[in-house]
Design a protein around this ligand. Structure first.
Ligand code: A3P
Length: 311
């Protein structure tokens, strides 16, 4: 989506290279993440009607965002303004041309969110401890989406595989980092377990990708109840249809046709709409990789009752 950036002064832009890795607090982050933006989250002005979508990457972020957008837009994808969900709050405002040209001055995406009208839908992959404290003091709503980790890493590999980022995130290295907890955004295990432990707070909802897949209608209902936005039967039907993989692909294709592709294709190449199924990991993992993964998984998930469906 083309944004009017004229209201931002030179002071709003930051010096940041998107080529290479970013480290903050001893954790590696995607190169699109700006360390000063993570710092800025400590004092970020949360609004009580904000709706935050928090995920580890490739876990269904855009799917959950689309459901929320559709709920706020009475099931009509045409009226959705996706400005605040075309990026994650901790990243730069992504412009394909500046990325391709290796430009080093970028507008942090949180500055766009700061000026957005309410209610804002805000996406973040940040682990809970880096999210603004205002989320809890203002009782903003947080939807956390978790997905079985084998599909997460498989999806991620497909997503970054053809990009420059793919060079340093190739499959075996990525798998090892994922198991070690040294991949971008830190340990997936800590990420999901922390939010699982907070799931009973009234401003938090924990949903699983596989449950959304199994019963999309129930998923929409659960989210609408959580947001205290009751739906008529007719609107519910519309939301289920437009947030299905097919429905969303149609909406995203349309956005792209209209020349607003940076929103739906990260790095201008990889679509957020890929396969949209459970268990695509089976075509990616070798038998021994799977055995090793299961061993690590058992060990790291021994202290939680959080369970995932892998089939
Ligand atoms: P796959 O790569 O396995 O297909 P994120 O939005 O967090 O980046 O997650 C992207 C993943 O969610 C991709 O997974 C994508 O296809 C899937 N996805 C997006 N919309 C979906 C939908 N409506 N239904 C099912 N899966 C969806």
């Amino acid at each position: 989506m083309d944004m009017d950036l004229s209201s931002y002064s030179a002071d709003d832009w930051v010096e940041h290279s998107v080529h290479g890795s970013v480290y903050h607090d001893g954790i590696k982050f995607s190169a699109l993440v700006v360390p000063s933006s993570i710092e800025a989250m400590k004092t970020f002005d949360v609004r009580n009607d904000d709706i935050w979508i928090n995920t580890y990457s490739k876990s269904g972020t855009h799917w959950a965002s689309e459901i929320v957008h559709l709920i706020l837009n009475h099931g009509n994808p045409e009226t959705i303004d996706r400005t605040t969900t075309q990026g994650n709050i901790e990243m730069i405002y992504f412009q394909k041309d500046s990325y391709d040209e290796g430009k080093t001055r970028h507008l942090p995406f949180y500055k766009i969110i700061e000026k957005a009208p309410s209610p804002r839908i805000v996406q973040s992959h940040l682990p809970v401890r880096y999210l603004p404290p205002g989320i809890d003091s203002k009782k903003a709503k947080v939807i956390y989406v978790a997905r079985n980790p084998k599909d997460v890493i498989t999806s991620l590999d497909r997503f970054v595989g053809n990009t420059e980022m793919g060079d340093f995130i190739r499959w075996q290295g990525a798998l090892k980092e994922f198991m070690d907890g040294t991949r971008n955004y830190g340990s997936w295990f800590d990420h999901v377990k922390t939010s699982w432990n907070l799931r009973h707070q009234e401003n938090r909802l924990f949903v699983k990708y596989e449950d959304m897949k199994r019963d999309p209608r129930e998923a929409v209902l659960t989210i609408s109840r959580f947001l205290e936005r009751p739906l008529s039967e007719e609107t519910l039907e519309k939301i289920v249809e437009h947030s299905s993989f097919k429905g969303m692909k149609k909406s995203y294709d349309k956005v792209e046709e209209e020349g607003k592709g940076d929103l739906v294709k990260a790095l201008g190449k990889q679509s957020y709409m890929n396969k949209g199924v459970v268990a695509s990991w089976k075509k990616r993992f070798t038998v021994s990789e799977n055995e090793e993964f299961d061993r690590v998984y058992q060990e790291k998930m021994a202290d939680t009752d959080l369970r995932f469906d892998f089939e």
